[in-house]
Design a binder for this molecule. Sequence first.
Ligand code: AMP
Ligand code: GLY
Length: 429
Amino acid sequence: MRDRKKILVIGGGGREHAIIWKLRQSPRLLEVYCTPGNAGIAQDAVTFTTEYGGEYSKLIQRAANLGIDYTIVGPEAPLAEGIVDAFEAAGMKIFGPCRAAAQLEASKSFAKEIMSTARIPTAESQTFEEARPALRCARSLGAPVVIKADGLAAGKGVVVARTMEQAEEAIRRNLDAREFGESSRRIVVEECLVGEEASILAFTDGNALLPMSSAQDHKPLCDNDLGPNTGGMGAYSPAPVVTPDLMHEIRETVLLPLQSEFQRRGIVYKGVIYAGLMITDEGPRVLEFNCRFGDPETQVILPRLENDLIDLVEAVCEGTLHEHSLQWKEASAVCVVMAARGYPDKPEKGAVITGLEDVKFDDRAVVFHAGTTQRGSDVIVSGGRVLGVTALARTLPHAIDAAYTETVKIRFDGAHYRRDIGRKALSRL
Ligand code: AMP
Ligand code: GLY
């Protein structure tokens, strides 16, 4: 076929594995590469390692030598460092926002400022660089209160403080002890919102905006939303809490005003806009924005997407997204994340994973790899979130059953997963 494409995916988690799995369903795929990838991705893509600590010339050279048509960036860190600006300066097409646009995720105070200017509904908050006024603010809001490190912290920078003691500790760990280094130099102290959470992602080329079907993440480590916040312990899509009316409201009051504000500032935002929302009694409120596909949300959204992902990546990079609309499978997807012992603080690495070959891989179940690496003939644990066991079925209860049926077949020492992924939605059905 004339227009088959070579794609490079940057990253090595469950999100990137899901992106590659979806790309492989496209008749337009010529070859897919991934750096750094993981043990599962290595079965589906050509993987290689690069160091990309803010310096992309070697990677760009390699991509050019390989004849890559489009590069897709998974994680936030390279976006915040300016990987898109570097690729585009070298004349390479890349899917993701430029550095200036990625500040939406890289700085919570920037996100708050842009929401305030664009009148996007969000929690009341203030930004601080010193502990004493931050504490005063937290006390005046009263517990529960939310303390957020300003910069990137791998999903661990937010503390929902149930007591003033917890709030004070979180403030001091950031502003005095610099728990997350530079990311802790500034904090946001925020009103605690009550409701159910949902994630709405949208493709944009800077002009057109195509919201994806809804999803819900499960941030806390343990069942019933107990334990510390993580990068996400599981997800399902669609999320019944997001009714069609609510979806319309989110588009009109959150996504479009955000896009207009970027346009007003002369910043081209392209790639994925991710709104993390609390659905409160007063309507949707933004908890955070991310500047990329969510993880694990992507692991349940892409299996439901009917469109060819290469068409959409191309449309985003070429500015032709207005020619497209999204189609979704009338099915539910559930992803159960299996994590390593010690996650999120100090995940234990090295356990051998067994049972992967017992999982029934077809169009109804797939295991996306995250923190895995190949050692000889063994697949071993190499990160906090290890696997995302994903199932697709006609209804949510069936998808939940199918995901757990496969999850229990996989074993490794210290494996931890939540048993209640999707349960919140059952009461709404
Ligand atoms: P974030 O990284 O900002 O999405 O925060 C991580 C998690 O902390 C969210 O998914 C929520 O569960 C919780 N959270 C953040 N901000 C608030 C808030 N203002 N009120 C209640 N919970 C929050
Ligand atoms: N699931 C949350 C995130 O991708 O940040």
